[in-house]
Design a protein around this ligand. Structure first.
Ligand code: HEM
Length: 529
């Protein structure tokens, strides 16, 4: 039995350690931007979690340079605003991307953190590093492979190359047609005057999920409705179980964090089972997983890539594809332009030789090049949706080992840096009437997005542009072009009553989010699918 004094000593030690861990903060460097209001002991800036955009906007207004410091738990964060700081944020090579998101974005560890398998792979590569001895080239190769974000980015570029996109296109078209076929089948009586109501943030979201898993993952999941349903279930859990504590003090095991980690593990399990089966049986797929397997990549890393790719790709794509359809229904002049654009692309580039081909079959026969060049109207509609939905902050960390100069101030070594997308996208001096959906902003005569350096951030700028942009645009074009061809529809509430004003986009949201209350679409068949 332990003596009472030993127990007391342990209690005091544990208490002191916890106290020190909770109350310790680095001293603020005198040249760092001033500490903003509303930063409390232990938790730091609570509004960073409760009303993020209001917090950034008010802190910037209260600071003479527009820059400010705050704490998230014990982590020092410098918030940057204004044009010159924005440029440093996106261009400075010492601001680490994975390191920034890893420390401040909830759930990033599930996204990009190593799975148990990836950790094993890292260990194996560590052995390879030791074996490489002084051979610089071999060491570099081994190191590159150990760095998951480097691996992730290089494989993202590889699996979304033109040859892979071309090979995938018929399957992507097939997926979109099949899901729209499900919607057509849901119309009671199925006549051309009969109607049904759909929640696009559910059903269109599902299409984006399916196209993403097909393009950065494996066909086995995209082609198995039951498996895809399970993946979506775990995906939504990972995405929804957010907890400020996990960001402030990741070493405290909260229930939400445990559930989230378990949901992440389920995702890993599903993908790994498919990969292991291929390894065991020699069965092949025609997909991203196979490309990586053929390159000899480690299965742990492949699984990490697929799950992370799915999480990185789906939310923005699913939310924006849904919003475009909603906004088009509320803006008939843009709907007409989009429909005219689709018809023009069909007349110009359909490759089917069947004289009886339907509009949908003709659309399905467009080659990749046409999809990528003949939809500039859908492109500006998407651009405008992204401007409105990209509401969160973006993060980096100063990994230079030194302070970094920003104007007359500094970002201290090891500090995090945050920039809020709304600082640009909701700036009325760049985008007049900024909450209005108005794709005409990007016309040559208005060119609002070119008014200043980095005035449009929707696809990322500087050192970290979106690596999935080409595929993301293609999937939006596919979804929108097929949907407006097959259906006539209006925006409505859950009961099918028409609406003229949708739920406003929450500017305080951390990222693109599905609106609550939801916006629905009442649709009827326009063309046979
Ligand atoms: C409408 C859809 C999408 C939007 C609006 C979007 C937007 C962005 C933005 C703004 C960034 C830069 C973030 C920052 O600077 O902090 C980014 C980065 C990235 N995106 Fe996307 N994205 C979309 C779809 C996708 C898809 C489908 C994928 C892949 C499947 C993808 C993969 C990536 C990756 C890997 C990065 C990080 C690049 C790096 O580390 O340098 N994105 N995206």
């Amino acid at each position: 039995m332990a003596s009472p004094s030993l127990i007391a000593a342990i209690v005091i030690l544990v208490g002191f350690t916890a106290y020190a861990k909770l109350f310790w903060r680095p001293a603020l460097h005198p040249k760092a931007p001033p500490l903003t209001h509303g930063v409390y002991p232990i938790v730091g800036a609570t509004k960073f979690f409760t009303r993020r955009w209001d917090f950034f906007r008010n802190a910037a207004r209260a600071s003479s340079t527009g820059n400010f410091s705050f704490f998230v738990g014990p982590k020092l964060v410098v918030g940057l605003t204004a044009e010159s700081s924005r440029q440093v944020f996106f261009d400075n090579r010492h601001f680490g991307f994975a390191e920034g998101y890893g420390g401040l974005a909830e759930g990033f560890s599930v996204l990009f953190g190593p799975s148990a398998e990836a950790s094993k792979a890292a260990k194996k590569l560590e052995e390879q590093l030791a074996a490489a001895g002084n051979d610089a080239k071999k060491r570099q190769e081994a190191e590159d492979r150990m760095n998951f974000s480097k691996f992730f980015n290089s494989r993202m570029v590889r699996v979304l190359r033109t040859d892979a996109m071309q090979r995938n296109l018929p399957k992507l078209v097939g997926d979109v047609r099949a899901r729209l076929g499900d919607l057509a089948a849901a119309i009671p009586n199925k006549g051309f005057t009969d109607e049904a109501v759909v929640d696009p943030f559910e059903d269109i979201f599902k299409i984006a999920f399916q196209l993403t898993i097909r393009s950065v993952g494996c066909g086995d999941i995209a082609e198995d409705t039951e498996l895809m349903g399970r993946m979506m279930h775990w995906y939504h859990l990972v995405d929804s179980l957010t907890s400020p504590t996990a960001v402030m003090y990741p070493w405290i095991p909260t229930w939400g964090m445990i559930k989230r980690t378990m949901a992440g593990m389920k995702l890993f399990e599903i993908v790994k089972k498919i990969g292991d089966e291929r390894l065991r049986t020699g069965k092949r797929g025609e997909d991203a997983m196979q490309i990586m397997m053929d390159q000899g990549d480690d299965m742990g890393n492949i699984v990490g890539f697929v799950v992370s790719g799915l999480l990185a790709g789906t939310i923005n794509s699913g939310v924006n594809a849904s919003w475009i359809l909603v906004f088009l229904s509320l803006n008939p002049q843009w709907m007409n332009k989009v429909r005219a654009e689709v018809e023009a692309a069909i007349s110009k580039s359909a490759t089917t030789t069947d004289p009886n081909a339907t509009m949908v079959e003709k659309l399905a026969s467009l080659p990749l090049e046409s999809w990528e060049t003949e939809f500039p109207t859908i492109e500006v509609c998407l651009r405008e949706c992204i401007r409105l939905t990209a509401t969160g902050a973006t993060f980096r960390r100063n990994i230079s080992g030194q302070d970094i100069q920003v104007g007359d101030e500094i970002v201290p070594k090891d500090a995090y840096v945050a920039y809020h997308f709304n600082d640009t996208h909701q700036d009325p001096s760049i985008y007049p009437n900024p909450t209005k959906w108005d794709p005409g902003r990007y016309s040559e005569d208005r060119a609002e997005d070119k008014k200043k350096q980095y005035a449009y951030l929707g696809w990322g700028v500087g050192r970290h542009p979106c690596l999935g942009m080409r595929f993301a645009k293609l999937e939006q074009y596919l979804i929108v072009a097929f949907f407006v061809t097959v259906f006539d529809y209006i925006a409505c509430d859950s009961k099918g009553n028409p609406i003229t004003t949708p739920t406003p986009i929450d500017l305080n949201a951390f990222s693109a989010r599905r609106p609550e209350p939801r916006v629905y679409l009442k649709y009827k068949l326009k063309e046979q699918i």
